[in-house]
Design a protein. Structure first.
Length: 365
C-alpha cells in the first residue's frame, strides 16, 4: 500500500513538473560573455541568455516549427546575427534549450522571398475594397490599369503599424483595415493577362510622403529637421536602424533628357518599355547614410503616420531631391496651376501621384 502511494505520488510530481509553464525569450544575437549570450529581443530590448552544460542546443531552418526535425548543435555554433529562442524551466536560471536559426539561413530565406515577391507579386494603390476583392491601381509611364486581388481564408494579411519601418515587421491584420488610398503589395497566382491575382500574401499600409529642405541634422541621435514645401511646416524625421537612405540621380537628366550639371548619381539604365517598375527602380538606387545629408539639401521621405504631431520615422529617405523641391516651390508660386505636390505627382505619366499629391512606393524589401 505504501509503495503504491509512493509511486502514485511520484507520478503526480513528474506530471506536475511537465505541466509547469515554460518561459521563452527570442531575439537576434548581439554579443557574448562568459556563459551568457546577449540578444536584442523582438520587443527591441536587450537581454542575456545564460547557458550551462545541461543546456540543449538545436538548429532548425527558418519557418520550421516541428522540433523533431531539428539537428543537434553547440553553443559554439552561435554567431552574431543569428536568431535564437531560449526556453527556461521554472526554478532554473540557465536555459533548458536554445533553438538556433543561423543568420546565413535567414539571409538565404529572405533573398528567396524577395525574388518570389518580384516574380509573383504586384504593388499598387487601393481604389476599393468589396468583400473578398480588392481593386488595385497600378501606375506606369504608359498610364494606370486596375488589377483585381481576391483573398480568402488562407490569405496571410499584414499591415505596417504606426512608426514601423521594416517590411518583415508588419503585423497581422484583415481586409477590414484596408482603406482606399493605402499602398498594397500582394503575391499569388495571376490570371487573365495579369489583371487578376489570387492572393497568398497581402501587405499594406497607410503612408505619408513629405518633401522638404533640410534645416538641421543631429547625426548622434539620427534626427533630421526639415521644412516641408510648399507648406513651410517643420518636421522632425527620425532615422531608425532599418530606415533606408537612397541617393537620387540627376532627375532633370532622368525625366527630361537634360544634361547633368553636377555630381549627382547617374540615372539608372532604362528598362524595356512596358516593364518599368518604380519600386524596383527605387530599390536599385545606391544606398546613402546620414553623413551624406547636408543642410539645405532637398529630401523626400516616406513613413507610416506617426504617433506624434510633426514627427515621422522614415521608412525611405530620398536624398538629392533638390529638383523636386524647386519644382514644388515653382508650382506653388503659380496661382493658376496645380499645387507643388500635384505637379510632381503628374510627372512620368502620373506615376508619383497619390493622396496629397505624391505617393512613393514605400514597402521596399
Amino acid at each position: 500500500m505504501t509503495i503504491h502511494r509512493i509511486l502514485f505520488g511520484a507520478a503526480i510530481f513528474v506530471a506536475a513538473l511537465g505541466a509547469q509553464s515554460q518561459k521563452s525569450v527570442s531575439g537576434t544575437v548581439t554579443g557574448f560573455k562568459s556563459l551568457e549570450i546577449g540578444i536584442r529581443t523582438d520587443a527591441a530590448e536587450a537581454a542575456s541568455i545564460r547557458f550551462g552544460p545541461e543546456t540543449q542546443v538545436v538548429t532548425v531552418v527558418p519557418g520550421e516549427r516541428d522540433l523533431s526535425k531539428a539537428n543537434p548543435a553547440a553553443v559554439t555554433d552561435i554567431v552574431l546575427g543569428d536568431r535564437i529562442m531560449a526556453t527556461y524551466v521554472a526554478g532554473l536560471t540557465e536555459a533548458r534549450r536554445v533553438v538556433l536559426i543561423t543568420g546565413r539561413d535567414i539571409a538565404k530565406r529572405n533573398e528567396a522571398e524577395r525574388q518570389d515577391w518580384k516574380t509573383r507579386g504586384i504593388s499598387g494603390i487601393v481604389t476599393a475594397v468589396n468583400g473578398d476583392q480588392i481593386l488595385l491601381e497600378l501606375r506606369t509611364p504608359e498610364g494606370a490599369h486596375t488589377v483585381t486581388v481576391t483573398v480568402d481564408a488562407r490569405t496571410k494579411i499584414r499591415r505596417y503599424a504606426p512608426d514601423t519601418v521594416r517590411f518583415v515587421d508588419a503585423v497581422w491584420s484583415s481586409t477590414a483595415e484596408i482603406s482606399k488610398g493605402d499602398q498594397l503589395q500582394t503575391r499569388g497566382a495571376k490570371s487573365e493577362g495579369d489583371t487578376k491575382i489570387a492572393a497568398e500574401d497581402v501587405v499594406f499600409g497607410t503612408f505619408v510622403t513629405k518633401l522638404g529642405t533640410i534645416t538641421a541634422i543631429n547625426r548622434e541621435t539620427g534626427e533630421v529637421q526639415i521644412q516641408e514645401v510648399p507648406a513651410k511646416q517643420p518636421w522632425t524625421i527620425h532615422l531608425a536602424a532599418a530606415s533606408q537612405i537612397k541617393m537620387m540621380p540627376d532627375m532633370r537628366a532622368m525625366l527630361f533628357g537634360a544634361k547633368s550639371t553636377d555630381h549627382s548619381t547617374a540615372p539608372p539604365a532604362q528598362e524595356p518599355a512596358g516593364r518599368f517598375d518604380l519600386q524596383r527602380a527605387l530599390e536599385k538606387l545606391p544606398a546613402g547614410k546620414i553623413d551624406d545629408l547636408k543642410v539645405g539639401g532637398g529630401v523626400m521621405i516616406t513613413s507610416t503616420k506617426g504617433a506624434k504631431t510633426n514627427e515621422l520615422t522614415a521608412i525611405l529617405m530620398l536624398a538629392n531631391a533638390d529638383f523636386f523641391v524647386a519644382m514644388a516651390k515653382g508650382a506653388a508660386n503659380d496661382p493658376g496651376g496645380a499645387t507643388g505636390m500635384e505637379a510632381i505627382g503628374k510627372i512620368h505619366g502620373g506615376m508619383l501621384g497619390g493622396a496629397g499629391g505624391i505617393s512613393l512606393p514605400t514597402m521596399i524589401q
